[in-house]
Design a protein around this ligand. Sequence first.
Ligand code: SAM
Ligand code: SF4
Length: 501
Amino acid sequence: MKTADLSWVNNVIKEEQYKKYMNGDKDFINDEEIWEKIEREKNPDPRKIREIVKKSFEIQTLTPDETAALLNVKDPELWEEIYAAAAEVKKKVYDNRIVTFAPLYCSNYCVNNCLYCGFRRDNKEEVRRRLTLDEVKDETKALAGKIGHKRLIVVYGEHPLSDANYIADTIRAIYSVKVKTKNGYGDIRRVNVNAAPMSVEDLAMLKEVGIGTYQVFQETYHHDTYKQVHPFGTLKSNYQWRAYAMHRAFEANVDDVAIGALFGLYDWRFEVMGLLYHARELERQFGVGPHTVSFPRLTPAKNAPYIQKTQYKVSDEDFKKLIAVIRLSIPYTGMIITAREPARIRREVLPMCTQTDASTKIGIGAYSEINGSDGQDLAKQQFFIGDDRELDDVVRELAEMGYITSFCTAGYRCGRTGKNIMELLKTGKEGNFCKLNAILTFREWLDDFASEETKKVGEALIKKEMREVKSRTPKVFSPQVVGELENYYERIKNGERDLYF
Ligand code: SAM
Ligand code: SF4
């Protein structure tokens, strides 16, 4: 590493910003306790499982013992009940909408050396690149003007070239883009960030430029495995700096936070417990749990030795189980299934999830084809994606399955974040806002970006959604709200954009 990089690295971690939350040298994950609970709950009584599921229906976070019991279910028929319940809970909280987004990779320079990632510094075959701000705008134009995305997750390696100042500049650049479309204009209305753990000060700066959700995955909650896959001496090898990243985010007033684990590094049941402990810790400290939970599975990457070595690869069957258990354990949370997974798996687990990406490209500059090609190239990207279908195809498939794709980004712009949104989610009220905003943003997208085929399927779905809204009047939606919906809807058809509840 260059001397300048080394001196930057030495100033990133601020011990006092996480030690104050710890209990002596203990963090909120106790490995022995987790295994003890998983062992103790072996062979749970089906009646007990059904009682636990009932609690999820009341949108209450489960206890670690309850989650451990779910993880130990063996009976395939009982699993079928659990999947159905997980889908029901999702519907109760979020209705039938799926939010869509795209990742935008801005820089693949990285000072870390994670043994599972193509961006690791020892991967000399990786072509390193950091987008200039003009290039970030070009990428945004392609995403917002050609595909029609409204929501991005921007991704960065950890490096002085992609520090918090660069991240802030890229967020500003993205929000500045407005592109003329067929019937209106396209823009990105929510920029979520997946980047390394930051200090309170850096996070406060990102709050200022309008960060949406701040996302950091713990990768593995198991301390020994964490140590093994994040070589000693790297920034990322500090487990607690990462585990308390969301605590610092709350301190900086970034109250939409997202957690995740990279499944395949360690036993999937342990990781589910880790995610639950993390959510409960945030609830305890700040009264607000994670806005979303991610559960990426390890995907092939170049020169990433742990991928061949791991004994913990998660089968498709276990993947479905872990998604269902997370859904029931943290029932209010959003859950993201990404294009790492092939289409067939995404279809299968989608009823339990709330967000998915589409038209996904993870090469640096791939949307505007800065590198000359938009195909997948492992020398230029972090890992291999499993589903590279266009947004139009995904939207149509979802509509055929009865799900409305939502491009809504209203929540955080109306103050529905943090504690406010938690309350709305737990009482099922957020699902109502979701429904109205999904209809409006779907209409926008159909008019600006959909193929004729998708438009046809989409319009039939909108009619059904409108009928449903009316059938819930006046119990759920007042006649006034329905009137307003119809008014907004007509205005959008006439070219107005970004009208929301
Ligand atoms: N560098 C930052 C960090 O590590 O937090 C953020 C960007 S990193 C590119 C985003 C996420 O990609 C990581 O948190 C990790 O979970 C995931 N990832 C890394 N290697 C992967 C692989 N081979 N397959 C699937 N996901 C992977
Ligand atoms: Fe760097 Fe993040 Fe990849 Fe680790 S996971 S090598 S920190 S980009």
